[in-house]
Ligand binder design. Structure first.
Ligand SMILES: CCCCCCCC(=O)SCCNC(=O)CCNC(=O)[C@H](O)C(C)(C)COP(=O)(O)OP(=O)(O)OC[C@H]1O[C@@H](n2cnc3c(N)ncnc32)[C@H](O)[C@@H]1OP(=O)(O)O
Length: 183
């Protein structure tokens, strides 16, 4: 059984969100759009070049997107040798990239296109090469074009110890924000 987002913070540690990544008073409760990310992603016309999840990004993380349960999006990737920072362990920037992907995916579930405005990461434990990293992310509030999102990465299984936590603000953008592909 996976724990709920509200239980994601470790006892004795503050959550990952700072005042800048906490929804302001009056922020709307997130409502997932029917078809959510699928509808929004359709506007990218099958683009597979994403460094986080694209199958065309040869040197990318190849993050595998999973399902969505109760507004929580899951995905995972495997740490390879080329992801190392310190010997034998995943680079913090790689883990931040993975969190960016997961949190961004949770924002897109609202049914709009979002880009990262701010991303805060909190590293709790080293992640070894060869580890499967299990990511979860959920939206905590919406204020105009801003979606506030939190997430976590666990190793040793989906219910293993939390290695990274993150909080971010994602900003809704129009289709024109992106460079047209294939034309
Ligand atoms: C499934 C898909 C997953 C995708 C995951 C990957 C996501 C990514 O990596 S995206 C790439 C990295 N991010 C970027 O390239 C974004 C670069 N920045 C930009 O393009 C622009 O600054 C952009 C679009 C965010 C905002 O510009 P603009 O559209 O002019 O909006 P602007 O009027 O400045 O701000 C709109 C609101 O957002 C807020 N905002 C803007 N930037 C930030 C920020 N960095 N942090 C917090 N809030 C911000 C503003 O305060 C404003 O709030 P309010 O409406 O309350 O006044």
């Amino acid at each position: 059984m996976t724990s709920s987002p509200s239980a994601a913070s470790s006892p004795g540690r503050p959550g990952p969100a700072s005042p800048r990544t906490t929804p302001p008073p009056g922020a709307a409760t997130p409502e997932l759009a029917e078809g959510g990310a699928v509808v929004a992603l359709a506007s990218l016309a099958g683009f597979e070049g994403c460094f986080g999840c694209g199958t065309d990004a040869e040197n990318g993380l190849r993050i595998r997107h999973g399902g969505v349960v109760d507004g929580v999006m899951t995905c995972e990737f495997t740490v390879r040798k080329e992801h190392q920072g310190a010997p034998g362990f995943c680079h913090g920037g790689v883990l931040a990239t993975a969190m960016d992907e997961a949190l961004g995916g949770a924002a897109w579930l609202l049914g709009n296109r979002y880009v990262t405005g701010r991303l805060e990461t909190d590293y709790l434990a080293p992640v070894p090469v060869g580890a499967d990293v299990h990511l979860r992310a959920w939206c905590t509030g919406v204020d105009g074009r801003k979606a506030f999102v939190e997430g976590e990465a666990r190793t040793g299984g989906p219910d293993g110890p939390v290695a990274v936590r993150a909080a971010g603000v994602f900003i809704e953008v129009p289709q024109e924000h992106f460079v047209p592909q294939g034309s």
